[in-house]
Design a protein around this ligand. Structure first.
Ligand code: GLN
Length: 308
């Protein structure tokens, strides 16, 4: 056990103590029944360093629904295959609207503001499906390989629930299809989107699976997924758009590229050093984990590891 190991473990324990009063605050996502059942009292935090070491505290090995965190991997997989084809189909500006908002699509003729709002992620999934023939399978294979765990899987109950209550996402997809910005059948693109959102992983697995962004594009096996420029771009989009319409406040408090999901997870990247994942299901009004934001705020404040 090195001094570093002791220091990381102690830091994570301290953060867990500090944020304990926030665990259970906020509201668990209830737009689908499968997520509404998750217990609000969970908290887990994992830190994976670029050399592959892993530290964790609390419920960091319990799996939760990735939801919008999965948008990071679908984007990276598209960029790895064909960066150019996204240009013109999805923007790179923060939206300032809720993640599932329809409003801006009408003004911008079916071109979503960025790849991390639902509309943008649907376009990314659509393109990934064209490029691979199996968008959700491509995301799942990538995550299994990076987390080094072949039991990572799609939660079928969550996926079915997403589809059953998917009117808004289907409306977004149909709207964009009307402008020619969805190339596969709408129900196919939406189904793959619902399924990759429904992948269940733990904080430990998610932190490991996101290390490629801390390693400037290099995967766990040493191969390169993205060029340095591609990793820079994904990180930049996470910084400006990863916390939905609270991305400004998130940068102000945490100062790291990050992506949240309504399952209560947030993954964050410290370029060159580490990836972190925190999970606690209680959400604020923007859909970001209350205790999760508190924990990451304390992490960057204590370590000085914000990109600012
Ligand atoms: N599956 C969710 C949805 O499409 C993902 C949204 C999120 O995590 N913000 O609404």
């Amino acid at each position: 056990v090195s001094v570093d190991d002791l220091a990381y473990d102690a830091l994570l324990e301290w953060i867990a103590d500090e944020v304990a009063p926030y665990v259970g605050e906020g509201r668990v996502a209830d737009y689908i029944p499968a997520l509404a059942q998750v217990s609000p009292d969970r908290f887990g935090l994992a830190l994976a360093t670029v050399d592959g070491r892993l530290y964790g505290v609390g419920d960091y090995r319990e799996r939760f629904s990735l939801q919008s965190i999965s948008k990071v991997y679908s984007l990276a997989l598209v960029m790895a295959r064909d960066d150019g084809r996204l240009r013109g189909r999805v923007g790179v500006e923060p939206s300032g609207n809720a993640f599932n908002s329809l409003i801006q699509l009408e003004y911008e003729r079916g071109i979503p503001r960025n790849p991390f709002i639902n509309a943008g992620a649907l376009v990314v999934t659509d393109l990934l499906h064209t490029l691979t023939g199996d968008a959700a399978g491509a995301v799942l294979d990538f995550l299994r390989s990076e987390a080094d765990d072949h039991t990572v899987t799609i939660d079928g109950a969550v996926a079915a629930s997403e589809a059953e209550h998917g009117d808004l996402n289907l409306a977004l997809a149909h709207f964009m299809a009307a402008y020619g910005n969805i190339e596969n059948p709408v129900d196919v693109a939406a189904d793959h989107y619902f399924r990759h959102c429904s992948i269940a992983m733990s904080c430990a697995e998610t932190a490991l699976a996101t290390l490629f962004l801390a390693r400037h594009g290099v995967r766990a096996d040493g191969s390169r997924l993205l060029p340095v420029l591609g990793a820079k771009r994904v990180n930049a989009l996470m910084m400006t758009c990863g916390a939905y319409d609270a991305a400004g406040e998130f940068a102000f408090r945490v100062g790291l590229p990050a992506k949240s999901g309504v399952g209560g997870g947030i993954v964050a990247v410290v370029p060159g050093r580490a990836a972190l994942c925190v999970w606690s299901p209680g959400l604020d009004q923007h859909g970001n984990s209350v205790a999760g934001v508190e924990a990451l705020d304390r992490f960057t404040t204590a370590t000085g590891w914000s990109v600012f």
